[in-house]
Write a protein of this length. Structure first.
Length: 71
């Protein structure tokens, strides 16, 4: 079974929180080159802007492109 997430923009960083687990849902923030790592759940809930999954994926792609170096 796959997880269902709520997506957020936290100061330009894409974040997600497990939506169907209530208070037990884990928060994750995306770091380029690493992927999703545990994030500050309460800060995300109170200070981030809710976004769609597509907007979250667009933020991730923008971060990857920005951090990509030419070989």
């Amino acid at each position: 079974m796959s997880n269902t997430y709520s997506y957020f923009n936290y100061d330009g960083s894409p974040c997600r929180i497990e939506a169907l687990k209530g208070d037990e849902g884990e928060a994750e923030i995306y770091h380029a080159g690493v992927g999703f790592v545990p994030g500050p759940k309460m800060d995300i809930l109170f200070h981030a802007t809710p976004i769609s999954k597509a907007e979250c994926e667009a933020l991730i792609l923008a971060m990857v492109r920005e951090n990509k170096t030419d070989a």
